[in-house]
Write a protein that binds this ligand. Structure first.
Ligand SMILES: [Zn+2]
Length: 443
C-alpha cells in the first residue's frame, strides 16, 4: 500500500514537474516577446498579396536560412468572398479591413452596396495617425480597401479622390496618373487632385530622395503623399535602375512619420507584386518580391521590439498561382538558383527578337542558365513566350504552379508583439480586423 502511494506520489511529482517545466518554458517565451501583456498602441498590418505557405517554404529554400516571420506563425485562415470560393483582392482586402465579406471586385461596401467602416477609419476616429504603403498603385484594391468605398475596384480615379478626402496621413506607392487631371496627361476626370491634396496639407514626394527629405509635422496637420511612378512601382528585380524607394524604405519612413502621434498609429503595408509574379507563374519575381517584403517586415518588427506597444500582423489576402514546393518528379528544392536571376520573365520575353532567334542569349544573360535544345524550342514555339520562359525557370527551380489565377488555399497568419497570441488557430479573413480592433481597444 505504501509502495503504491509512493509510486502515485512519484508520478504526480513527475506530472507536476512537467507542468512547471512547460509553464516556465512559456514564461521564457513570454518575456522574450517583449511587452506581451502591454496595451497595443500601434498596429502595422502587413499584407504580402498572393502569398501562401508554399511561398513561405520556397522562400526559405531561396534564402537558405530561417525567415523573419517563421518564429511568429500563429495560425491559418480561410479567404472565400461573399460570392465566390476563390476571392479576388478587392473582396479579400475588404474582409481584412472591415471584418465583412463582400463580392469580388467590390471595395469597402457590402454586397448590397452599403459602405462598411474600415479598421483604418476606426483608428482615425480614435485620433491615431494612419498610413498606407504599397508597391502597386496606391489606388489598387488592397490599399483602397482600407480607406475608400467603390462598387468597382477598377475605378482607380475615384479611389484616388476618396483617398485624398479621407486624409490618411501617409500615402506611399505608385499611381501618379490617377491623381493628375486628364488635361495634364493623367487620368483624373474630376480635375487636378495634386493641388487639392496640397490644400489638405499633403506634402509631395516623387522619388526616394524627396521622400526621405519630407518629414511632416503631424501635430500641424501635415500629411505626406509619395507617388513614385505613373503606374505601379518597378519590380524589385529592376528597382536599382530607378529612383524609387524600396518597400523597406517606405515602411521605415512611414513609421517615422506616424510615430509622432502620441495616441499611436495604424499602418498597412502591402507587398503588392508577389501576386503579379504568381499570375505570371514567375518564380524569380515571386521570390525577389518576397525578399523585399521580408526586409519591410524586419523593419516593422525591429521598431515593434524597441517600442513594446506595437502589434505587427503579417497575413496575405489569398494564394496566387497555386504554387507548389517542389514538383516535376524531382526530389530536391532548388529555389536557391533563383538568387542569380536578374529580370522578370516578362522583361526577358520583351528582349526576344521577332523570330525568337536569341532565346538562349536572352535567358542566359538574365538567369545564367545554359538552356537545353528542347527548352529553347519550347520557348520559341510557345504561344506566350513569357509563360514559357517562366515555366523553364520554374522547372529548374522546382517550383510548381497549378493556376494563373488565385486559389482558395488557407493562408498562414503571423503576429508579433502584445496580443499576438489572439491570432492563433483556424480563423477566417474577417476575424483579423476584429482581433486588431479588440487588441487596440477601439470599441
Ligand atoms: Zn490579392
Amino acid at each position: 500500500m505504501f509502495k503504491k502511494i509512493s509510486w502515485i506520489s512519484v508520478i504526480s511529482l513527475l506530472i507536476f514537474a512537467g507542468i512547471m517545466g512547460a509553464s516556465f518554458g512559456n514564461e521564457k517565451d513570454a518575456t522574450s516577446a517583449k511587452g506581451k501583456n502591454k496595451k497595443v498602441e500601434n498596429v502595422i498590418y502587413m499584407i504580402p498579396d498572393g502569398f501562401s505557405s508554399d511561398y513561405a517554404s520556397n522562400y526559405r529554400a531561396y534564402k537558405g536560412e530561417e525567415v523573419v516571420w517563421d518564429s511568429h506563425l500563429k495560425g491559418l485562415f480561410t479567404t472565400h468572398s461573399a460570392d465566390s470560393d476563390v476571392t479576388d483582392s478587392a473582396a479579400a482586402g475588404t474582409a481584412m479591413a472591415t471584418g465583412e465579406k463582400t463580392n469580388n471586385g467590390v471595395i469597402g461596401k457590402d454586397p448590397d452596396g452599403n459602405n462598411l467602416e474600415t479598421i483604418l477609419e476606426k483608428t482615425k476616429q480614435h485620433h491615431k495617425a494612419t498610413g498606407l504603403v504599397a508597391t502597386s498603385t496606391i489606388t489598387h484594391a488592397t490599399p483602397a480597401a482600407f480607406a475608400t468605398h467603390v462598387e468597382d475596384r477598377n475605378n482607380e480615379t475615384e479611389i484616388a479622390r476618396q483617398l485624398i478626402e479621407s486624409e490618411v496621413d501617409v500615402l506611399l506607392g505608385g499611381g501618379m496618373s490617377n491623381f493628375i487631371g486628364e488635361g495634364e496627361g493623367g487620368k483624373q476626370e474630376n480635375g487636378e487632385l495634386m493641388q487639392k491634396a496640397q490644400d489638405k496639407g499633403y506634402l509631395l514626394a516623387e522619388n526616394r530622395e524627396e521622400m526621405l527629405e519630407q518629414n511632416i509635422d503631424i501635430k500641424n496637420d501635415e500629411k505626406l503623399l509619395g507617388l513614385f511612378a505613373e503606374e505601379a512601382l518597378s519590380p524589385e528585380l529592376h528597382r536599382k535602375d530607378t529612383e524609387e524607394p524600396s518597400l523597406e524604405d517606405m515602411t521605415m519612413h512611414a513609421i517615422d512619420q506616424l510615430n509622432q502621434n502620441k495616441k499611436g498609429f495604424f499602418l498597412m503595408v502591402e507587398g503588392s507584386q508577389i501576386d503579379w509574379a504568381g499570375h505570371d507563374n514567375d518564380p524569380a519575381y515571386a521570390m525577389s518580391e518576397t525578399e523585399a517584403f521580408e526586409k519591410a517586415v524586419q523593419a516593422a518588427i525591429d521598431f515593434a521590439e524597441e517600442d513594446g506597444e506595437t502589434l505587427v500582423v503579417v497575413a496575405a489576402d489569398h494564394d496566387t498561382g497555386g504554387m507548389t514546393t517542389g514538383g516535376y518528379d524531382q526530389m530536391d528544392l532548388n529555389a536557391n538558383i533563383l538568387n542569380d536571376v536578374t529580370a522578370t520573365g516578362e522583361y526577358m520575353a520583351n528582349q526576344l527578337d521577332e523570330e525568337r532567334s536569341n532565346v538562349h542569349e536572352v535567358v542566359n544573360t538574365f538567369t545564367g542558365f545554359k538552356l537545353k535544345e528542347e527548352e529553347i524550342e519550347f520557348i520559341k514555339t510557345a504561344e506566350d513566350p513569357k509563360l514559357a520562359i517562366n515555366h523553364v525557370v520554374s522547372e529548374r527551380s522546382t517550383i510548381g504552379w497549378t493556376s494563373t489565377g488565385h486559389t482558395a488555399a488557407d493562408i498562414p497568419i503571423y503576429a508579433f508583439g502584445p496580443k499576438s497570441e489572439s491570432f492563433s488557430g483556424i480563423l477566417d479573413n474577417t476575424d483579423i480586423p476584429k482581433l486588431i480592433e479588440e487588441a487596440m481597444k477601439l470599441k
